[in-house]
Ligand binder design. Structure first.
Ligand code: NCC
Length: 276
């Protein structure tokens, strides 16, 4: 097919104008050891704009996709958590500009966050869930996962690292946005790292290509491309409002079905797009 599907980028343009701006924790948000260690440099400079951006899900359907060299051609590549590239280059590429990590990855010993080479020489952004009504003071006293020691350790080991933390209340503004654009009631749990990545990149990229967020014909019950574990909730959601996120992504997509379901990616125009 040549033409695009029914392009409905209304939600995406609405996101541009109606959603609170992506926000990371700042030094003066709270007086705490954590915020003292936030880098002086921002995650992105104001004028840091990219042409093509790729967001690589951790989905098992990436296996045998052969998308690696196409992914590596993007100006910016975003990956998640502990997803490896080594050994999987043919399918997922090798370039990584930024990683979004949930606080389990930063805190749990199994991920060896402070020592692993996976988290070096790239931008890092982490998030930790809070309750909808929790203040930032309450959250910092009792985060969901105790990531603070490892955050501080990492920052002290590598003072030049560009490693920021999502403002916990921003996650709830993003959740509000999803609920406001979804007919069904969604669970009151923060959006997944994938949707957070989209909201972070839409203002910075001319186009955001999202790989295997909508499962392609390689659909499997396995969870991740780098594990054999069977868990279909990774794809359809159990804790995050994952299905609602994916329907919004699909609503903003400009690519034909062939690209989404056969090749394995969808494409969302960035904020500066003339479509808005
Ligand atoms: O699995 P996860 O997600 O690391 O995947 C990153 C993003 O890719 C998209 N995804 C993933 C698998 C799949 N089959 N389909 C997908 O669409 C999702 O958008 C997802 O956000 C996370 O979001 O941080 C998450 O992290 C994992 C886990 O903590 C890490 O992988 C580290 O092991 C969570 N799983 C558990 O806690 C058991 C998952 O709920 C969310």
């Amino acid at each position: 097919p040549q033409a695009s599907n029914n392009v409905n980028s209304d939600w995406m343009c609405d996101m541009a104008s109606n959603m609170e701006q992506f926000r990371t924790l700042e030094k003066n948000d709270i007086d705490h050891e954590l915020t003292k260690n936030i880098p002086d440099i921002p995650l992105f400079n104001d004028n840091e704009i990219y042409g093509t951006c790729a967001i690589i899900s951790n989905a098992a359907t990436l296996r045998n996709s052969n998308l690696g060299s196409f992914i590596d051609q993007h100006d910016l590549v975003l990956r998640f958590n502990n997803a490896p590239t080594k050994g999987y280059e043919k399918d997922v590429g090798s370039k990584t500009t930024i990683r979004i990590l949930n606080s389990q990855v930063v805190s749990k010993p199994q991920f060896q966050f402070v020592s692993s080479p996976l988290y070096k020489r790239l931008k890092l952004l982490m998030w930790d869930p809070s309750n909808y009504t929790t203040s930032i003071d309450e959250w910092i006293k009792k985060p969901e996962h105790n990531f603070i020691d490892n955050y501080v350790k990492f920052r002290k080991n590598i003072p030049k690292s560009n490693f920021h933390i999502v403002h916990p209340q921003y996650l709830w503004r993003l959740w509000d946005y999803i609920q406001d654009h979804t007919t069904a009631h969604i669970r009151r749990n923060p959006p997944s790292s994938g949707f957070l990545g989209l909201s972070m990149l839409l203002p910075r990229c001319t186009v955001v290509n999202m790989f295997e967020f909508i499962p392609s014909e390689r659909m499997t019950h396995r969870c991740h491309y780098y594990h054999e574990k069977i868990d279909v909730t990774c794809t359809f959601g159990i804790w995050h409002p994952l299905a609602a996120e994916k329907l919004l992504m699909l609503a903003g997509n400009t690519k034909p079905d062939q690209t989404v379901f056969h090749t394995g990616f969808l494409s969302i125009p960035g904020y500066k797009s003339p479509l808005c």
